[in-house]
Ligand binder design. Structure first.
Ligand code: NA7
Length: 546
């Protein structure tokens, strides 16, 4: 197998040896490097495919790209000094600001000297006899390490749908997740944007500003709530500096790791008028906090309907053309059962003369022609096609590493029917391999830096535990994996999330991918308790050996 051969070659090329090897220089990899190197004193190397730090934010530079978590919660909390010295400029950080932040972190903690950039990992193979991982990079690098930590993110493997004829397109096409660093000049061009997830919804208004004409191809209509982005006031920045500890405490206490609490009331604890007033206020405030208006929006369909109907009503109010408004508000899943986007003038964009909406359910895309996109109804002539078609989420970035565990068994084989692991952290048969925010952990259902810090701290403490006891290996027991897979399924079933049949949480956006609800939906605070308890009980469910 190609992966195995690559790794074997890696072993034969005077590989560089480290105690720990980390893949990916995003939020998780940087903090993992700092933790293992500076706290445990391990010889550690970080391999990164890109030419700089940033992880998903290194690649996602499309117009309008910004984080949907508020900036003061989208950062590390492990260092008080870092919290105090860094100042965000906007309510939601745009991609360049997030990169500036991560570059600052890399410089401040002198991380760069242990990072190899332009080093895409193409294979990693476990050698049982000597208990180490052999890692190969695309540029011919070869490495050995006892511990392998995949910090490759959940949304880093771009999903370009295989539409017949793409190669024949005479114009230019781009995927939002692999955006050219020099940008794309849309001025005066006819642009087709495929996809109306968080990305398409962020990109459309910005592209429409300069494009000659923008056609948005919508397969599934989506809810969106205004972000209400804006500059942060001196007052708010002052408040942040004084309240870091309380904000961190709040983020650790909530199920989704954001710096706001979920209201402890049912949608039906209030009258219809009161409910509408609450939604109106949340709409004006903007952001993901809308979802926190009532505690039962994600578990009770009737409660969810009240939020869904409110948003549909807003769409119909905003969008002037009734036919377009009908297409945009014809949403077939509960609110927030797919990751809910937040936007800046998304629905308003359809009031522009240079923007049209195509309902791909009514007229499916049949092909891409040299001139543009051919649907069942007609051809749309285009100069540029933008694929805002998302990612092979959560498992994609891990599977692309060509990982092989005991007896040469690949991760792809182990996960043929969907991801199976313990706590989202470790896979049976793959000793000393850790996955930061892997499937089966809260990950994408949580504000990512909170999930990342929890995982990295747990992994670091686990490795310290092994070292201090002279133990060499850790891997989960099959029964523990079995139990955790059931727990992940049960947690999802207790919510409305699996009702969005086309969601990337289920892998449904990638043809042929097993339909398994991947993130752990039981809440971050609860999950943290489970992980801590397992560690306290001597890593119950794991086999630790010499
Ligand atoms: P998403 O949320 O996966 O959205 C992708 C969009 O692209 C979605 O509207 C898809 O429709 C659409 N899509 C995907 N493939 C096709 C094809 N073949 N034809 C037409 N339309 C298609 O990705 P994003 O990048 O927007 O967001 C990912 C996450 O990043 C987001 O949730 C945040 O966590 C940050 P579908 O809904 O599948 O019918």
């Amino acid at each position: 197998m190609a992966g195995g051969m690559e790794a074997s070659r890696a072993g034969g090329q005077n590989p560089q040896s480290f105690e720990a090897l980390i893949i990916g220089a995003g939020f998780s990899g940087l903090y993992q490097l700092l933790s293992l190197r500076d706290r445990l004193g391990l010889s550690t190397r970080l391999l990164e495919a890109g030419a700089g730090v940033g992880g998903t934010w290194y690649w996602n530079r499309y117009p309008g790209a910004r984080c949907d978590s508020e900036s003061h919660s989208y950062c590390y909390t492990f260092s008080k000094d870092l919290l105090e010295e860094w100042e965000w400029t906007e309510r939601y950080p745009a991609h360049p600001e997030i990169r500036r932040y991560l570059n600052h972190v890399a410089d401040r903690f002198e991380l760069r000297r242990d990072i190899s950039f332009n080093s895409r990992v193409v294979a990693a193979e476990y050698d049982e006899e000597v208990n180490h991982w052999r890692i190969a990079t695309e540029n011919g690098g070869a490495f050995l390490a006892k511990y392998l930590i995949a910090a490759v993110g959940c949304l880093s493997a771009a999903n370009v749908p295989s539409i017949p004829g793409l190669a024949s397109f005479a114009g230019r096409w781009v995927h939002t997740g692999e955006w050219p660093h020099e940008g794309v000049d849309f001025r005066g061009t006819r642009v087709g944007l495929i996809g109306t997830g968080s990305t398409g919804i962020q990109a459309a208004p910005v592209i429409a500003e300069t494009a000659g004409h923008l056609t948005v191809f919508q397969r599934t209509a989506n809810y969106s709530v205004p972000a209400r982005n804006g500059p942060l006031s001196r007052d708010f920045l002052g408040y942040l500096k004084k309240n870091h500890a309380a904000i961190r405490q709040l983020m650790h206490a909530t199920p989704n790791g954001h710096a706001f609490a979920i209201e402890d009331r049912s949608a039906f604890d209030v009258s219809t008028d009161e409910r509408l007033a609450i939604y109106e206020k949340a709409w004006e405030k903007g952001g993901l906090q809308f979802r926190a208006s009532f505690r039962d929006l994600l578990v009770d369909k009737a409660a969810n309907d009240t939020a869904a109907d409110f948003i549909r009503g807003k769409i119909r109010q905003i969008v002037k053309d009734p036919a377009t408004a009908a297409k945009l508000s014809n949403i077939d899943h509960p609110y927030a059962a797919k990751r809910p986007p937040i936007d800046t003038d998304y629905f308003e964009t359809f009031n522009r003369d240079n923007v049209d909406l195509v309902d791909v359910r009514a007229e499916p895309i049949e092909a891409i022609t040299p001139a543009g996109i051919q649907t069942r109804a007609r051809e749309y002539p285009l100069d540029i096609i933008v694929f805002a078609t998302g990612f092979d989420a959560m498992t994609g970035p891990l599977l692309r590493l060509n990982i092989r565990g005991r007896q040469g068994r690949s991760l792809a084989q182990a996960w043929q029917a969907g991801p199976r692991n313990y706590l989202g952290l470790q896979v049976a048969g793959f000793p000393n391999l850790f996955t930061v925010t892997g499937p089966g952990s809260p990950s994408v259902l949580c504000n990512m830096p909170v999930a990342i810090e929890q995982h990295v701290d747990w992994i670091t403490a686990c490795i310290e535990h092994l070292r201090s006891r002279g133990l060499e290996r850790i891997e989960p027991l099959p029964d523990a994996v079995e139990g955790w897979v059931e727990e992940v399924n049960a947690a999802a079933k207790a919510t409305l999330l699996p009702q969005a049949h086309h969601s990337w949480y289920l892998g449904a956006n990638v043809p042929g991918k097993p339909r398994v609800f991947m993130p752990y939906a039981g809440g971050m605070a609860h999950y943290r308790g489970i992980c801590d308890d397992i560690a306290r009980r001597g890593y119950a469910g794991f086999r630790l050996s010499r």
